[in-house]
Design a protein around this ligand. Structure first.
Ligand SMILES: Cc1cc2nc3c(=O)[nH]c(=O)nc-3n(C[C@H](O)[C@H](O)[C@H](O)COP(=O)(O)OP(=O)(O)OC[C@H]3O[C@@H](n4cnc5c(N)ncnc54)[C@H](O)[C@@H]3O)c2cc1C
Length: 290
């Protein structure tokens, strides 16, 4: 196996162009597991850890450009104020060691339906993945990025440069069910963001469909109901009918399977509960912020 270690971004893109079958490696917390278990034996490994540009984040014109190589531990410490939903999700990833190595770019590269960064990225709603090659950069809306189970929209000569996220203007929440509190792949997960500036709601469902997905009908139901009842302005108590209607529509959006981690029926039920709980927490924060 060849091992390439470019030290700058143009060289990394040139290497990917020359070796489209090269497997990029960032934190290695997914790639090394696959190599160790002999699930993958790529002809070329493309180590991106010496490309400093990938480990940077920036705020530009109200959006955060999060370099693909920024580890979860830095998302938590440096972006917890701007992107609390993503920071909450990051806190649930693996262990301190995994959070020091693992990256949001790597989570996207694996494109697992269970990736914990995905619900928060979806709930922010206009998140874009910046894909780059020697031919230039393009931005893929997060909703178009996941194309199937562990499949994504990158071309063979492309790498993920960064993720663009507009920090939601309202509270964000993340909830994950596992068989224990740490070092666990989600049985299912749910991310929620309120966008009071646009009077919209964003959601993200993890581990309950072939790809991470949004619950579009639930988002529209909640945003319209808040509007009709004047609740965006009054910040009054949420009626139970609204909370239950939201939970029901979130579970309806899922397409879960039975597997070793949980049954489809359990996942649907759990999503209903998580949707109602996260809405309650987010709404309490919204009321406090008045
Ligand atoms: C013990 C353990 C616990 C874990 N717990 C969790 C958890 O709780 N939640 C969770 O979501 N995940 C978990 N994971 C999985 C893993 O940590 C995450 O998916 C992490 O985000 C992967 O990031 P990485 O930088 O290590 O990626 P890598 O392993 O380096 O790469 C992952 C994939 O992304 C591709 N890739 C990496 N960078 C790029 C790039 N710039 N452009 C294009 N492709 C790229 C790689 O080729 C590979 O296909 C766990 C893993 C372990 C070993």
């Amino acid at each position: 196996m060849d091992f390439l270690r470019p030290t700058n971004w143009p060289d990394a893109l040139a290497a990917k162009a020359e070796h489209p079958d090269a497997v990029p490696i960032a934190g290695g917390t997914d790639v090394m597991v696959e190599l160790n278990f002999d699930q993958r034996r790529p002809p070329v490994l493309l180590d991106l850890t010496a490309v400093d540009e990938l480990a940077e984040w920036d705020a530009d014109d109200g959006r955060v450009r999060l370099g693909a190589g920024v580890p979860y531990s830095r998302v938590i410490t440096e972006l917890g104020d701007r992107l609390p939903g993503l920071a909450m999700a990051s806190r649930t990833v693996g262990s301190p060691q995994i959070r020091n190595r693992g990256t949001v770019g790597g989570n996207l590269g694996s494109a697992s339906p269970a990736g914990d960064a995905h619900p928060a990225l979806l709930a922010a709603t206009d998140t874009e993945v910046e894909a780059a090659s020697v031919h230039g950069n393009r931005r893929v809306p997060i909703g178009d990025f996941f194309t199937g189970v562990k499949r994504h929209a990158l071309q063979p000569d492309e790498l993920i440069a960064a993720v663009w996220i507009t920090p939601p203007s309202g509270p964000q929440q993340f909830s994950k069910i596992g068989t224990r509190n740490a070092m666990v792949i989600a049985v299912c997960a749910f991310g929620l963001a309120l966008h009071p500036d646009r009077r919209t709601v964003g959601t993200g469902i993890g581990s309950a469909a072939p790809t991470p997905i949004r619950a579009g009908a639930a988002e529209r139901f909640l945003a319209d109901a808040l509007d009709e009842a004047g609740l965006w302005d009054s910040r009054g108590t949420l009626p139970d009918s609204l909370t239950h209607g939201f939970g029901q529509r979130v579970q309806d959006a899922a397409a879960p399977i039975d597997d070793v981690r949980g049954s489809a029926a359990y996942r649907r039920h759990a999503l209903d509960v998580m949707a109602r709980r996260t809405l309650g927490w987010a709404w309490a924060d919204y009321r406090k912020a008045a």
